[in-house]
Design a protein around this ligand. Structure first.
Ligand code: UDP
Length: 471
């Protein structure tokens, strides 16, 4: 007699801790609905730096027995496989090569489990072909916000309408449905130059967005109403139907952690936290400039510092070593700021820090997980975008949502100490900072309502889960 197979949902994140964390949270949120199936997460192993995921995977494995990680065999991709300066070009190559392995893994998995649906990260879109061959429903999980999704949906149209590279248009405004004008220079870095391999990858990736059975977005209705309307009414894709979209966020890691405990005894809302994602790096000169600005601001701070990027181009995609703080920071800085400033090497438990009462402001690189984490903790932000779609997020955070003030100069790659001093002080002490904090608190309440019993995001996810189960 044939054994009855268990049922599972497959999640396929692209490499990188930022992508993995929100996918895992998606898995956990599905499990909270007590569905009669398990979650299987495919882990792609990259030979270049995508942020360390191993400790995180171990901690999830030990706490959530219904989540299984399937570690795919590594693919050897030489670091010089691409001439593009962008990390994304390597990721696109890797994920194309990975598709055969994913196909094999799904076939093996289907011997023991019935796969109800595949939820893939946008970069993993080649899996759409595999899903179609195996007759498995396939949904995109868009791990950034609706404004970014609107831009990506419209990107193939813009690519045909506008023959120039965005880098040559400089600050000329681009008009996307549902967004404030976006300076061409604020487009994601791999989209700036038409002659770059990463640009072709972006055309393919964004063009694939009309193909899945639906798109899940890590946002909620009240955060980005204008962009969501533009997506739903089809304005972003003039020549094809837009797949149904489902807002299921904010999904954020409820991470605990130890780092930075000293400043947790400091007064309520007195500490500004500076942290720049899993891959954010600054030059040695910029690190010194930040230090001078922080010291002059007189504010309490908790700052995560990494070593500057290697000057050796062959190492540009590898992890940097632990920073030597004494050598990197101005002479005597650590001593002089003792008791009111704390520098952590390389990593802090961000969500635990943001949730703490002593933290009152956040200087962020505008990665979408970081934005949502700040929002859920009600902590106002200064936006200092660095890579990926972060400059686009900055435009929306500052001009549309009113949840952040900009760090002027960031978009051109250099911020003066005076600007750091002014913004940090402004965030913590000015009327503008206070207004941002109040708006953050309102938005946090709306986020909690969306996730709570009967809330929009929770209801949508419950309906999807029932639909996947029915098939
Ligand atoms: N993160 C953290 N500590 C750090 C840096 C990052 O816990 O020192 C976490 C952060 O809380 C977030 C994720 O790593 O959940 C980064 O995701 P995000 O989308 O903000 O940026 P990315 O790293 O993908 O650019």
């Amino acid at each position: 007699m044939e054994m009855k197979k268990g049922e599972t949902i497959v999640l396929y994140p692209s490499p990188g801790i930022g992508h993995l964390i929100s996918m895992v949270e998606l898995g956990k949120s599905i499990l909270e609905l007590n569905p009669p199936f398990s979650i299987t997460i495919l882990i792609t192993q990259a030979s270049f730096n995508t942020g360390s995921t191993a400790p995180y995977v171990l901690s999830v494995e030990s706490s959530f027995p219904s989540i299984t990680f399937l570690h795919l065999p590594p693919i050897s991709l030489p670091l010089d496989a691409s001439h593009s300066p962008h990390h994304e070009a390597l990721i696109f190559r890797l994920l194309r090569l990975n598709n055969r392995i994913v196909h094999q893994s799904l076939l093996s998995l289907s011997l023991s489990s019935s796969v109800l649906v595949i939820l893939y990260d946008l970069f993993c879109h080649p899996v759409l072909d595999v899903a179609s061959q195996l007759h498995i429903p396939c949904y995109c999980f868009f791990s950034s916000g609706a404004a970014c999704l609107a831009t990506f949906l419209y990107f193939p149209t813009l690519h045909h309408l506008n023959p120039a590279s965005f880098k040559d248009l400089q600050d000329a405004p681009l008009h996307f449905p549902g967004l404030p004008p976006v300076p061409a220079s604020a487009m994601p870095l791999p989209m700036l130059d038409r002659n770059d391999e990463a640009y072709d990858g972006c055309v393919h990736v964004t063009g694939s967005l009309t193909k899945p059975d639906g798109i899940l977005i890590n946002t909620f209705d009240e955060l980005e109403p204008r962009a969501l309307r533009a997506i739903s009414d089809g304005s972003c894709v003039p020549d094809a139907p837009t797949p149904p979209i489902y807002c299921i966020g904010p999904l954020i890691a409820k991470e605990k952690g130890e780092g930075g405990k000293e400043c947790m005894h400091w007064p309520s809302r007195s500490v500004v936290f500076l942290c720049f994602g899993s891959l954010g790096l600054f030059s040695a000169a910029q690190l010194k400039e930040i230090a001078v600005g922080l010291e002059r601001s007189g504010q309490r701070f908790l700052w995560v510092v990494r070593s500057p990027p290697s000057e050796d181009p062959s190492k540009r995609f590898l992890a940097t070593p632990e920073p030597d703080l004494e050598a990197l920071l101005p002479d005597g800085f650590l001593e002089r700021t003792k008791g009111r400033g704390l520098v952590l090497k390389s990593w802090a438990p961000q969500m635990a820090v943001l949730s703490h009462d002593s933290v009152g402001g956040f200087v962020t690189h505008c990665g979408w997980n970081s934005v949502l984490e700040a929002l859920c903790a009600g902590v106002p932000m200064v936006a200092w975008p660095l890579y990926a779609e972060q400059r686009l997020n900055r435009v929306v955070m500052v001009e549309e949502m009113g949840l952040a003030m900009p760090m002027v100069g960031a978009e051109k790659g250099w911020v003066e100490a005076e600007e750091v001093e002014k913004r940090v002080r402004g965030l913590m002490e000015s009327e503008e900072g206070k207004a941002l904090r109040e708006r953050m608190a309102e938005m946090r309440d709306k986020a909690m309502a969306a996730l709570g019993e009967g809330g929009s995001s929770r209801t949508v996810l419950a309906e999807l889960t029932r639909m996947w189960k029915r098939g």
